[in-house]
Ligand binder design. Sequence first.
Ligand SMILES: Cc1cc2nc3c(=O)[nH]c(=O)nc-3n(C[C@H](O)[C@H](O)[C@H](O)COP(=O)(O)OP(=O)(O)OC[C@H]3O[C@@H](n4cnc5c(N)ncnc54)[C@H](O)[C@@H]3O)c2cc1C
Ligand code: FES
Length: 233
Amino acid sequence: MAEVMANVEVAPNIFRLKAAGEFAGRMGQFYMVRAWDKYPLLSRPLSIFDRDGAGIEFLYQVTGEGTTLLSNLQPGDELQLEGPFGNGFPELEDAGSIALVGGGIGIAPLYYALRRYRSPDVYLGFSQEAYLTEQFEAATTGKVVVDVGGIVLEQVDFQAYDTIIACGPEPMLKAVQRKKLESHSTAEVYVSLENRMACGIGACLVCSVKCQDKRRKACTDGPVFLAEEVVFE
Ligand SMILES: Cc1cc2nc3c(=O)[nH]c(=O)nc-3n(C[C@H](O)[C@H](O)[C@H](O)COP(=O)(O)OP(=O)(O)OC[C@H]3O[C@@H](n4cnc5c(N)ncnc54)[C@H](O)[C@@H]3O)c2cc1C
Ligand code: FES
């Protein structure tokens, strides 16, 4: 059990939750989170937004039952965290130029990555209202491009980067894959999937992802895959 330190609404239906304690985790990994006893049955996967000596942070959007329960948490309440799970973003020692591309709440795992990669450029796309952009700007010396209401991917030049990492809704990730193929870019392009999950540890197959060679599990083989590996259905 972890204790909630803060749970603040940073934009309509978007909350930033911090839990106290020492938690492991690399960029792009996630935790299975719950703040309830028996119902709903399943914990909910949330990416690591940030981590420091005092605790771990998540950035989440209220979309249903589980996240509504999380949004009611107050400092001092208890939270159950299991993890870290998943492969995470690639550790790139000499990655050259990097672009991180986030759509909507898909920006959540990118902030922690800013602190590992050297000066990546960041592209943040929002459908209605931008949030936390100043914090992203403060965390990188690369450029931060913010798009509200448009298609942020249109601003990413796939020839300009050695590595591109994208996280967001599936239509955006499909477009990332298409752009990689059509631009004949030599960049390594990764997508972080947000398939529905049940166990988070590779035991239930709920998160199955069709890949070019075989089906894989988003929770243990992913959630981060090379864009050309995934067969979007
Ligand atoms: C590896 C991973 C990391 C994630 N990281 C984050 C994060 O950092 N922040 C965040 O806000 N969300 C994240 N998500 C998505 C988050 O887990 C879901 O939004 C959450 O489980 C919904 O729970 P709920 O009980 O509130 O909604 P439910 O009542 O279960 O569902 C409400 C609605 O949301 C849809 N939905 C539920 N789960 C997903 C999903 N995984 N993808 C798309 N639609 C879904 C349902 O179809 C339904 O329409 C992540 C998902 C994965 C797999
Ligand atoms: S969530 Fe159970 S196998 Fe991936």
